[in-house]
Design a binder for this molecule. Sequence first.
Ligand SMILES: [Zn+2]
Length: 556
Amino acid sequence: MAAEVGTALAALHAAMRDVLALPYTALSDADLLDVCEGIQDVRNLAPAVEHRAIAALGAQSTPAAIGAKSWPVVLATRLGISVKEARRRCADAAELGPRVSLTGEALAPKREHIAAAQADGALTPDHVAELFKFFTKCPDWVTYAEQCRLEEKLVTGAIGADPETVRQAVDHAVFLLDQDGPAPTDNPPTKPFGITFGPQQPDGSYHLRGKVSAEFKATFDPIDEKLAAPGMCNPTDETPCISGTPSQQQIDSDQRPAPQRRHDAMLTAMRLLLAHKDLGQINGLPATLLITTTLQELEKAAGVAITAGGTKLSIPDLIRLASQALHYLAVYDEHTGVPLYLGRARRTASAGQRLAIWARDRGCTRPGCTANGYRCQAHHATTDFSKGGLTDADALALACGCDNRLVGDAPNKWTTRINNHGQCEWIPPQLLDRGQHRTNTYHHPETLLADLTRDQKTGSETHAKQAADTEPDTAIARGNDLSDRPAIPPELLDQNHQQPNTNHHPDTQPADHPRDTTSSTTRDTNHHNGNGDRNSGDTHNNNGSGDDGESDCHPA
Ligand SMILES: [Zn+2]
């Protein structure tokens, strides 16, 4: 059976290679369009194949047996696609793939007519997407049988039509249903309350959207009246007034419009909370503002500091924050790596050690995982504590709860180890291994650009790097080179154990170097970026405190 699969897939690949090898510059317009059409036919059919495979997997196995916590994660890991795309494919397979009843009897797909037309190659993915909108727009009271009847009509009309026409037909079908339906009630279902942060913008800002309860608004009203009044909490004042009454001069010089004053009022209210209330810990880290940066960036007053929540702060922002209240600030040297030794004292890594490991790893170390530092635990990367593992920082790495549970000895478990650069490597179980990156650079985007920065500094190193680039392993290891990683800040160490400095020459050469060097290092960067998930829209949304497209490993 396995041989049959191999032969069929090899024939598919061979056919694609034949098409790829056609003499494209010598083909007529008609031939070229035939190629485009032929490839579209393949695209139309491909999902039907995948739906069958995913449906069969779901019927005979579990994600845990393969080594992941859900089917989308299985697909994302094995195929190198984003979790968002994998979720979409699983959802499509549930609607369009063959089903099995509880008694083991084969059933038609839930959306039988779409599935049949798709398996005939008669629908493009655009058609399928438009047809699916019918079911999301369809009112609740429409029975499944009625839905199927309308689905059949819509599919018949869709074959040969363009997607715009299908959209029109779907909207018309929904409109007709609405005419037949019950009158709207006085209390339509309301959206639940919630506040969502979008992804961090290039200027560092976030878009905020949401809906709040009357109670929320009522509680905010006095804060709004007090702290958002003109002259209050004005960041441009040398000493902003945060209680009592602002001076007449503070009021007169306040140029901020009301929404901006409200923003500053909320910020002040949150700062007061952090300053005056001990909120305890989050996964062993103090529940307050935790920031790491390098001494070099602080001295230049330029660059980026990163919080445990994954938010990037400009250095001027950081300096302003640090002047206002005491937060945890971990400053490390850009060029030193300092291991931490605490020995086997406690099962739970101590808060100081947690801070140090967090400053080094910043987030979950499993490749592709976007869980930030607050959501992670200290993971025994070499040997589990129950088997004599040490709680030394250099044997520990950050891992989110669900990834921590993926690690074990069974064949469906992941294994972890610390490589020669002090990084935690994650080795997938066999069924999920496509030779992907073993380390996670998501929380260290600067390592992906490290060559760029360094090449600007030392042009002479460039050629050696490009040569090394031909070897994938070298490239991966260098992209995550320990010397590019934040070192553990010495003030957080129990025993300072200085490692020899790695040999860097930061200021030997000015930034002006030949143009072709720049372009080649840009390609180099893209090469490192081959770590699939990093490029997906899904993970972008997980930037910082973004609630949109939540990290797959957010604690329940
Ligand atoms: Zn994780």
